[in-house]
Design a binder for this molecule. Structure first.
Ligand SMILES: [Zn+2]
Length: 92
């Protein structure tokens, strides 16, 4: 079942996330009460999202599939896969 809110892209928590209006690109933004940071779940991949790369790495270490990571983070599978390819390139 798909959750209403994604896990935090900074700390990975699922229980402190609130909707936080709509970003400049027209996408839903979220706020983490734990980190006191906002984030969005749609990225035009530019390699600047170190925070989501960190969460992907952590979830992979917990044996999550790319599909499950996509579902938990509400990030498109293609974006997850691009990050995984980059992680594998950086950490052979
Ligand atoms: Zn957080």
């Amino acid at each position: 079942m798909k959750k209403d809110t994604p896990i935090c892209h900074y700390c990975g928590r699922a229980d402190r996330i609130k909707r936080h209006g709509i970003g400049r690109t027209g996408r839903q933004r979220y706020y983490c009460a734990e980190c006191k940071k906002t984030f969005q779940t749609y990225y035009i991949y530019k390699g600047k999202e170190q925070n989501i790369a960190h969460q992907i790495e952590r979830l992979l270490a917990e044996n999550y599939t790319p599909e499950r990571i996509s579902n938990e983070m509400h990030v498109r599978l293609a974006t997850i896969e691009a990050h995984i390819r980059q992680l594998e390139g950086v950490n052979p």
